[in-house]
Design a protein around this ligand. Structure first.
Ligand code: HEM
Length: 506
């Protein structure tokens, strides 16, 4: 481009927009050319503008999430009903966001797939993440769930092995059904979850038409300090829609971002997605009368025994203004609770509670909670200081800036007064390292799920399982078939038959 033309272009740009600057606030007069010795010559080192621009570009990525890397997000609000069935919700929880009918709480949601990388196809068979960040008056509450209501494993120490088995092979870098089935065959507690996953429920049609579930068991605590066990469920008001494998393949042939696109376009068009939040409630004990442990996340709490009570509604009405700042840097954690909500003893939940904030300090940085998408919108005042990328001091207005410790008599921060009876459960148990909770019952709910599916879902399930099983070694196939037979004889027979057909074709 000759100089005259170049200047015209720049003048045109300036006329129609704000002036381009560097991060140091210097105007950029030429964003098209490096500084060189002569216009054919080598570049010189005092090329500050060029060096800064490239150096920043070189650092544009943060590590992607170790799981759930591929995601889409949206802003919205939660509106409380104030009741659980016919009772005021205060009977069970003192959490402020739930109390007043019609009370609105702003929130941010991130949906995701689990196993593959940041730009992997959204048509893949995978659980879908369903993470909600509520910016409540009492601080942030994250409800970090999935679309499916159960999970593969029930002890957090197995999570890295489980993920390694499903991630691409460390040698040839492809997902391998042989490795997947190897892990599954040695972890029979997966059977209920994989019965969901290999059915059409493993490929939701989009993010708007899928359920969400907290999966793990939490507690609610009321003003008297009494607790109950709860499970959370999101029910899409647009209904549930899942895909057959063939439908997913057809979409993927032309569009591997269909779910992100669907969410963005729906919100941009004013077709705001909505979900009702429901809870199931159980008294806080071991429930020996049940054939499963209420803290076992491979189990559903049967709906006929533990009804779903609607407690509020979520509406997503705003797309992110910037994907990286809001979606990529958002950081959710199952341990992020507000007063009136509490942990259960579910050992998966406790394991998760450490993992998320730990990875976020690495992935985003130690001050990730100062980023606008993650920051609480109520009063925040801490004595946490410094660390990389500190851009604010979490100090209270009028507090002594010299005091970054507590206790102090010099006008530092003071502990919050207790406004409620604390919830203090007591324990009398040996400290052990044991395989699992006692009532494993690995196959019953898998069989019930199989029988509850419609015929087209069963056809999909057995074919999808056979398509992955074919990649496994013969003894692993036999072990898996044994599990399907234990869940339901018809289930076993049909997977075996589908596998035999695949073997003939192979
Ligand atoms: C012990 C078991 C588990 C461990 C150790 C674990 C660990 C993790 C980690 C390290 C991340 C990445 C977080 C980040 O970089 O911001 C993550 C993301 C996520 N996990 Fe888990 N996870 C576990 C089980 C589960 C279960 C049972 C669910 C469903 C209830 C779940 C749902 C999610 C979701 C939705 C995300 C994505 C959050 C987002 O959108 O940023 N995880 N998990």
């Amino acid at each position: 481009m000759n100089q005259e033309k170049e200047q015209k272009t720049l003048a045109g740009t300036q006329a129609s927009g704000a002036v381009l600057t560097t991060r140091q606030g210097h105007p950029v007069h030429n964003n098209q050319s490096m500084r060189t010795l002569g216009n054919r010559g080598p570049a010189v080192l005092e090329n500050y503008q060029f060096l800064e621009k490239i150096a920043h570009f070189d650092r544009e990525r943060v590590p992607e999430r170790v799981v759930h890397a591929r995601g889409a997000g949206a802003h919205g609000y939660f509106e409380a009903y104030g009741t659980v069935g016919n009772e005021p919700i205060s009977k069970y929880t003192r959490a402020k966001l739930f109390q007043q009918p019609g009370k609105q709480t702003p929130l941010f949601v991130r949906f995701s797939t689990v196993i593959h990388g940041g730009h992997s196809p959204e048509t893949l068979r995978d659980p879908r993440g369903f993470a909600v960040k509520f910016y409540t008056e009492d601080g942030v509450w994250d409800l970090v769930g999935n679309n499916l209501k159960v999970f593969f494993i029930r002890d957090a120490i197995k999570f890295p092995d489980f993920i390694h088995a499903l991630k691409p092979d460390p040698v040839h870098n492809r997902q391998d059904g042989g490795r997947v089935m190897d892990f599954f065959s040695n972890s029979p507690e997966v059977l209920h979850m994989i019965t969901w996953l290999f059915s059409p429920w493993g490929i939701p049609a989009n993010y708007r038409q899928m359920q969400g579930s907290g999966v793990n068991t939490y507690k609610w605590v009321n003003a008297e300090g009494e607790a109950v066990l709860v499970k959370y469920h999101w029910e899409p008001l647009a209904g549930v829609k899942n895909l057959t494998q063939a439908e997913a393949n057809a979409i993927q042939a032309t569009n591997f971002n269909h779910a992100t696109q669907d969410l963005y376009d729906a919100i941009a068009a004013g077709n705001y997605p909505q979900w009702e939040l429901c809870v199931q409630i159980m008294s806080d004990d071991a429930h020996p009368e049940l054939d499963f442990d209420p803290l076992d996340d491979t189990k559903i709490w049967p709906r006929d025994l533990f009804p779903w009570y609607p407690i509020g509604k979520m509406t997503l009405d705003r797309n992110p203004a910037n994907y990286f700042a809001e979606v990529e840097q958002s950081a959710f954690g199952p341990g992020v609770l507000v007063d009136g909500l509490d942990f259960s003893d579910d050992k998966m939940l406790i394991g998760r509670t450490f993992s998320y904030s730990d990875t976020q300090r690495y992935r985003v940085g130690p001050n990730y909670l100062q980023l606008p998408i993650n920051a609480a919108r109520n009063h925040v005042a801490t004595n946490q200081r410094d660390g990389s990328m500190t851009f604010r001091v979490d100090q209270a207005v009028g507090a002594n800036p010299h005091v970054n410790y507590e206790p102090s008599s010099l006008n530092g921060l003071v502990e919050a007064p207790r406004t409620h009876v604390p919830y203090e459960p007591s324990y009398a148990a040996a400290k052990v390292v044991q395989q699992s909770i006692d009532r494993t019952n690995n196959f019953q709910q898998a069989g019930e799920r199989y029988r509850s599916f419609e015929e087209w879902e069963r056809v999909e399930l057995v074919n999808n399982l056979a398509a992955t099983l074919i990649e496994a070694r013969e003894d692993i196939q036999q072990k898996m078939l044994g599990y399907f037979y234990e869940a339901d004889a018809d289930y076993g027979r049909r997977v075996e038959a589908a596998l035999a057909v695949k073997k003939q074709g192979a």
